[in-house]
Design a protein around this ligand. Structure first.
Ligand SMILES: Cc1cc2nc3c(=O)[nH]c(=O)nc-3n(C[C@H](O)[C@H](O)[C@H](O)COP(=O)(O)OP(=O)(O)OC[C@H]3O[C@@H](n4cnc5c(N)ncnc54)[C@H](O)[C@@H]3O)c2cc1C
Length: 307
């Protein structure tokens, strides 16, 4: 009987794993003993870090995506399917198309999704650069602002010790913002305020989640006239009045709110019934040595879906 390895998600984790498996198991795949199948809900592979550059008009959609099929070794059976449910007892995944796929080993690599709606008013009043559409919208605002205040916030997931998406992105984009506004000749009329929440994984009241970076940041920001505040945990936003409120009781006005929003796992994973994460965030309980989902011998989880 053929041993079926099923990989869900054609992002970085799924693509690397599928190609590595074919390299390692090539003789078994050639002889039909093993089959590798990938299901992904998009025919495209997006290079997600480049969304950041989209917000600064220096990267465009066709430069940052490739057809997923073209990134996979030919031995991999790739199918565009939106997975909506997992049955870990009968080793099956269910797709929105009505099809089901069985497996002997399952790899879940469905990433995470920005969820600004988890903070009152943030979806309506804020902007972000973690997906293509929102990054384009932010690019439009950044290329037009002539004067005012750009307020930068970062929100961590509620599950302890899970970081926000791409650790360094808020700092990188704050510096890119400074650069862009200087090039546009409006930097002296636009105030930039970078903030970080009280709790950042193991640190408290810092400017970043790693100590070394925290220590150098004030000098870097001072050199560029970027203001900064520790201990601003975004609690809610009034989109009409353009005010951001912190859990610590501060109120800050803005013209553009450039936020790193909360994140969560995709719906199918949140509905899987095996997550123990706080606030229905959906991260899967992971053995960090083997990447197995705890309690399931034949299921692995990678990348942004781990806890
Ligand atoms: C702006 C930005 C900057 C970043 N910068 C960096 C950086 O500098 N360095 C770094 O290491 N990381 C960076 N990252 C993070 C990095 O992109 C992610 O950690 C990485 O993409 C995670 O890989 P993944 O396979 O877990 O998920 P993803 O790459 O997100 O892939 C998930 C895949 O699953 C598919 N999928 C989702 N739901 C379903 C479903 N229900 N059914 C079928 N398929 C589904 C999606 O279509 C996608 O193909 C950045 C991210 C962003 C957004």
């Amino acid at each position: 009987m053929t041993h079926r390895i099923l990989i869900i998600g054609g992002g970085i984790g799924g693509t690397m794993t599928a190609n590595h498996l074919v390299t390692k198991l090539y003789p078994e795949i050639r002889s039909g003993k093993v089959q590798v199948t990938m299901l992904s809900n998009s025919p495209w592979h997006y290079y997600k870090p480049a969304f950041m550059y989209v917000a600064f008009n220096s990267f465009f959609r066709d430069e940052l995506r490739r057809p997923q099929r073209g990134l996979l070794r030919p031995e991999i059976d790739f199918q565009v399917e939106d997975v909506e449910g997992f049955d870990f007892t009968s080793n099956q995944v269910r797709c929105k198309s009505g099809r089901s796929f069985g497996y002997d080993h399952l790899v879940i690599s469905t990433g995470c999704i920005p969820s600004p709606e988890r903070i009152e008013g943030l979806k309506e009043g804020g902007d972000h650069f973690y997906q293509h559409g929102p990054a384009r919208q932010l690019a439009d605002k950044l290329s037009k602002i002539e004067k005012g205040r750009i307020f930068v916030t970062v929100s961590f997931p509620k599950t302890p010790n899970v970081p926000h998406q791409c650790g360094i992105a808020p700092i990188e984009t704050t510096l890119m913002l400074d650069d862009m506004l200087r090039k546009r000749g409006v930097r002296d009329k636009v105030e930039i305020v970078y903030t970080y929440p009280v709790v950042s994984q193991l640190l408290r009241n810092c400017l970043f989640l790693q100590k070394d970076t925290c220590e150098v940041l004030p000098t870097i920001f001072d050199q560029r006239g970027i203001k900064f505040q520790r201990g601003f945990t975004l609690d809610r936003v009034d989109p009409g009045a353009k005010v951001a409120y912190s859990a610590e009781g501060k109120e800050e006005n803005f013209d553009i709110l450039m936020a790193t929003p909360p994140i969560c796992a995709v719906q199918a994973v949140r509905d899987s019934g095996i997550s123990e994460a706080a606030d229905d965030e959906g991260w899967l309980p992971t053995d960090h040595e083997s990447m197995k989902v705890l309690g399931l011998e034949n299921v692995y989880v990678l990348g942004d879906t781990v806890d």
